[in-house]
Design a protein around this ligand. Structure first.
Ligand code: NAP
Length: 215
């Protein structure tokens, strides 16, 4: 908390990010809310969350992962998603909820799914835009995907595979890429999709913060 206070008051610092999750004995909310909203480049301060939820997407600092996902969706489908069904699997504060706000602001019809959703595959199959942010290796199968959908795979999961009789670790997403790639119009790979975009958007938010502080 002392360090955050020091960085809050340092005019040469424009962005503060706390790497989550924190150890259990540290109050995550107290720490993230101590960051000044104007230096909160991760978009976790309630003021930024409120602005995003209210549709003030240009004024708020938007969490970097969903902001990066949105750029890739816009790249495929344009800025106006009117008439398109978007389904998000996962309702976390970091990914699922802000993703929903962004898609809604772009006029998509948004459904948020989670562990209590009934017949997830059927709901996913309605999606023109499917965002998977679950944390379960290759859970979304090819037949969960509407032909021609745009699929954004946020999940990062480490699995063990055997290569030439040797056990190796491999990173996979929440989507079964080999199946999905034959059905989707576009799909982000894991690794190399959402991850690099998250980093790029963190840089963009920090630059924006520096520009704002200079004007
Ligand atoms: N590429 C990147 O830069 C980046 C950034 C952030 C996160 N990630 C990755 O994205 C994944 C999700 O992250 P997160 O922070 O959002 O995770 P999280 O906080 O654990 O949330 C996971 C969500 O998935 C839902 N869920 C779990 N099992 C499910 C099931 N069987 N069916 C339907 N929904 C299910 C949970 O439902 P309940 O709410 O009902 O429990 C929850 O809403 C992780 O793999 C994480 O590593 C990647």
């Amino acid at each position: 908390m002392a360090l955050i206070d020091q960085l809050n008051n340092d005019a040469s610092v424009h962005g503060i990010l706390v790497q989550l999750p924190l150890p259990k004995h540290i109050d995550e909310q107290a720490v993230t809310q101590a960051i000044l909203p104007e230096k909160d480049v991760d978009g976790f301060h309630f003021q930024n969350i409120g602005m995003l939820t209210a549709g003030a997407t240009d004024s708020a600092f938007v969490p970097c992962t969903p902001a990066g996902c949105m750029l890739m969706i816009e790249d495929q489908l344009g800025k106006d998603l009117s008439g398109l069904d978007a389904v998000i699997i996962g309702r976390s504060n970091i990914v699922g909820k802000p993703m929903a706000s962004l898609l809604l602001a772009a006029n998509a019809t948004v459904t948020i799914c989670h562990s209590r959703t009934k017949d997830l595959a059927a709901v996913a199959r309605r999606a023109d835009i499917l965002v998977a942010a679950v944390g379960r290796a290759e859970m979304v199968k090819g037949d969960w995907i509407k032909p021609g959908a745009v699929v954004v795979d946020v999940g990062i999961n480490r699995i063990e595979v055997e290569v030439d009789g040797e056990k190796k670790n491999k990173l996979v997403g929440d989507v079964d890429y080999d199946e999905a790639v034959n059905v989707a119009a576009a799909i982000t790979p894991v690794p190399g999709g959402v991850g690099p975009m998250t980093i790029a958007l963190l840089m963009a938010n920090t630059l924006r913060s520096a520009e704002r502080s200079a004007t």
